[in-house]
Ligand binder design. Structure first.
Ligand code: ZN
Length: 374
């Protein structure tokens, strides 16, 4: 009996590990659930599941792949078109030939027209108003490119000990169960959120009780937040708040506003990665705080999302009390501030006393607590 889908297919590729600039000529093997990358000596350099593959922007003849949950800068490049197509058929977020590309091309043309109009409009309204108006209509493809560019800068600024890939928790042998617990929690929230782009949540080795959302759906949870939480719902509540910022595109608006139109036009010219505007944008994301309205809106979103996901919506309020309302870097600790109390009360008003379903088992929660233990 023959099977329509070949059991194993392999092909050539080029791999960059994200830590050094070395280029590895590799053999890529397509298994049932993912692909494996081996160097000439037969060492396995990467083992990526298909639904964790991400297609990154690249010239037309190259398929450039990253890993969604890893967050490191490892890249795999495939130059062989039939082999790239074979990967495309298996990976949910890869779309070489199909509709996503055509749609993105269309939206980029539309965006060019919009950006030109923005240049005219900026002389009437100024940059903050433009950011607020353009934020909601930025095409997803552009938002993700913005996210990739700011991500590199944000990581460089947060990773003060230059730990590189180890800056991220969850990859050590003893940390993998914790990472699985985190992904389980995020998947459940994501399932209830119905966002237009996939989320990536990553725990990083920072002691502050904080979290951060970038344009394009990258969420950073600081280890200090997990250390301070007494149950999974408190972590989930803060992640839900960050998902609120993603859904409302607050990061995108902040970047547009912080870096101004130079970012926007640098992006259109295609060389914005590494440009001064990106550094500026990363600083904006890290140092400024969102407006009170944006924070309240993210709180409301989080409380509703927690309800929808059958979690305990009050847990976010509890966590806000513990961390003084400062859910992001750059926010001041305002424990006794009326604003924090108002936020806590608003969340508790939305929270219903409906029965909840635990996000994690006791063992999974214990593993999540150890996600940075090494
Ligand atoms: Zn916030």
């Amino acid at each position: 009996m023959t099977d329509g889908v070949q059991a194993v297919i392999s092909g050539p590729g080029v791999f960059f590990d994200g830590r050094t600039s070395a280029r590895h000529d590799v053999r890529v093997t397509l298994n049932a659930t993912g692909l494996q990358v081996e160097d000439a000596a037969g060492r396995v350099l990467a083992d990526w599941l298909y639904d964790e593959l991400d297609e990154l922007s690249a010239p037309a003849h190259v398929l450039r792949l990253g890993h969604r949950h890893n967050g490191d800068l490892a890249r795999l490049e495939i130059f062989d078109e039939p082999f790239a197509h074979a990967i495309d058929l298996r990976a949910e977020y890869v779309d070489r030939t199909g509709a996503i590309h055509r749609r993105q091309r269309g939206s980029i043309i539309g965006w060019t027209v919009l950006a030109t109009l923005a240049l005219v409009a900026v002389s009437y309204w100024g940059v903050p108003a433009i950011a607020e108006r353009l934020g909601p209509v930025v095409p997803i493809a552009i938002e993700r490119r913005m996210g990739e560019a700011t991500n590199m800068q944000v990581r460089a600024q947060l990773d003060t000990k230059n730990a590189g890939a180890a800056f991220e928790c969850g990859n050590g042998a003893g940390e993998k169960i914790g990472l699985a617990a985190l992904n389980k929690m995020v998947k459940r929230l994501e399932g209830s959120a119905a966002l237009r782009l996939p989320l990536r949540a990553t725990v990083i080795r920072r002691d502050e009780a904080n979290a951060l959302a970038l344009p394009g759906g990258q969420i950073y949870v600081f280890h200090g937040l997990i250390a301070k939480a007494d149950n999974p719902d408190e972590v989930a509540g803060v992640i839900a708040h960050e998902i609120g910022h993603v859904a409302h595109r607050d990061g995108t608006k902040a970047v547009l506003q912080g870096a101004g139109l130079s970012f926007l036009f640098g992006m259109l010219l295609g060389d914005f990665v590494g440009g001064g505007a990106v550094v500026l944008a990363a600083k904006t994301v890290l140092q400024s705080s969102y407006s009170r309205e944006a924070e309240s809106a993210a709180d409301r979103y989080a409380a509703e999302l927690m309800k929808k996901a059958q979690g305990n919506a009050r847990a976010l309020a509890t966590m806000l009390g513990k961390i003084g309302g400062a859910t992001e870097p750059g926010m001041k600790i305002l424990l006794d501030h009326p604003e924090t109390k108002t936020r806590i009360a608003a969340i508790n008003r939305i929270a219903a006393d409906a029965p909840t379903v635990p996000f994690l088992s006791a063992a999974e929660w214990a593993a999540l607590k150890r996600i940075c233990a090494g």
